[in-house]
Design a protein around this ligand. Sequence first.
Ligand SMILES: [Mg+2]
Length: 224
Amino acid sequence: MVRAICFDLDGTLGGYAGDFHGFLALLRHELMLQACDMNRFAEYMREELGRDGALTLATVLTRVLSRLDQRPGTDLENLAEAAIGAYVEEVRPADGAERMLARLHAARVPMALVSNGAIDMQRAALKKLGFARYFRCVLISGDRDVAVRKPGPRIFALACTGLEAAPHEIVMVGDSVQADIRGALDHGMAAVFVGSDAEVQGLAVPAVGGIDPLDLLLQERFGL
Ligand SMILES: [Mg+2]
């Protein structure tokens, strides 16, 4: 019987509502890389943001500059901190997320946040959303103590430990078929996809179009 929940953050409970390409353009400008092709810069940024291991935005910027054979012209730690400030300005909760989390928390359902990304960006986003108090454990791939991204089994194993629950007692909720849904199913968890039915065809996983139908499904199908 399912008695605990893992939530993805971005695209599930909330996330960056701005133009991510615009955010990358701002970084490119701040790094004084106007001479560098924007598509190439964006491609390297996305690749470096998507790596396993301990990750901060400054680490990502250092690696991107190195791949571009550029030296940092400024203090990357300060630049990264300012960029994260601009990033969280555009972080928004999904409609109904706060209400659902408060309900589940009041019902004493153990919950974990399981999120891929740079530790400082994800922590800042979570702080902006104010959701941390609802989670028994927060697992971010860029945290040095996690250091692996979904769908890697280690992050799901850490969630089981944090929730003090076996995989079959946990449902993972997320908007990535590969990272969230396949990752959870491979680990023996149940899963709920936030998105359209068509994307999870053949996976025998329910799909919901938003938080309100998700909350209803958690109550009706899982008794949570
Ligand atoms: Mg997501």
